[in-house]
Design a protein. Structure first.
Length: 219
């Protein structure tokens, strides 16, 4: 898995990138949790989501937001991190000019950034939002939500309680042709400690439904 660097609005951005074997494969981008609370691209959920895309034949990219790891710049409370995510998608598209679609996955703070990127980039056809902190960040921009996707929360999440994101989903899920799913991982906290395997089973089941089983993808 090659280390990559690309230019973002605040300078160099550090990432990990795995190209797909097939030409024209979709792009998958994974966004990490809050930089000021230890979030990096090496977070275990980010790592698993990244390889979830790789194993489905995506060209997958994860990266450190500005000020994290070897990425230049400093934390910008959201606007700058959204610009970083847009730069990451631009870079992935530049090295995959035949890719027609993209999926975005985000964890906690990264879910908030990912949903904002979704609103701005029509080529994003699906999303996975893990532990979206709808109690801490404003998600009202999702009106309407332009793509179908999956929200996953832990039943014991005290940092970003599921009821907050349920209110968001209820507001925006009436869009015609758009389906928003919400799944609960029983016993999981905000970090899915000891429950990452159950989380990934939930994500894989959803992606099987949207994209076909992995064996079919590889065929």
């Amino acid at each position: 898995m090659p280390e990559v660097t690309f230019t973002g609005p605040a300078g160099r951005i550090e990432g990990r990138y795995q190209p797909a074997k097939q030409k024209g494969a979709p792009i998958g981008i994974v966004l990490h949790p809050h930089p000021q609370f230890g979030g990096t691209m090496n977070n275990q959920i980010v790592y698993n989501l990244f390889y979830g895309f790789v194993n489905r034949g995506f060209s997958a990219l994860r990266f450190n937001f500005r000020g994290v790891g070897r990425s230049q710049g400093s934390f910008d409370h959201g606007p700058g991190e959204l610009s970083d995510a847009a730069a990451a998608l631009d870079w992935a598209q530049a090295v995959n000019p035949d890719a027609r679609t993209c999926w975005i996955a985000g964890v906690s703070f990264g879910a908030w950034i990912g949903m904002q990127l979704l609103m701005r980039r029509p080529e994003i056809e699906g999303f996975i939002s893990i532990a979206a902190p709808a109690n801490r960040f404003d998600f009202t921009f999702l009106a309407p939500c332009p793509s179908s996707g999956l929200f996953v929360h832990g039943s014991e999440d005290r940092v970003a309680p599921q009821k907050e994101v349920m209110a968001v989903i209820e507001k925006v899920k009436t869009q015609r042709g758009i389906q928003l799913e919400h799944q609960i991982v029983e016993g999981a906290n905000h970090f899915f400690d000891g429950k990452v395997e159950e989380l990934m089973t939930t994500v894989d089941t959803y992606l099987d439904k949207r994209l076909g089983k992995r064996e079919e993808q590889a065929a």
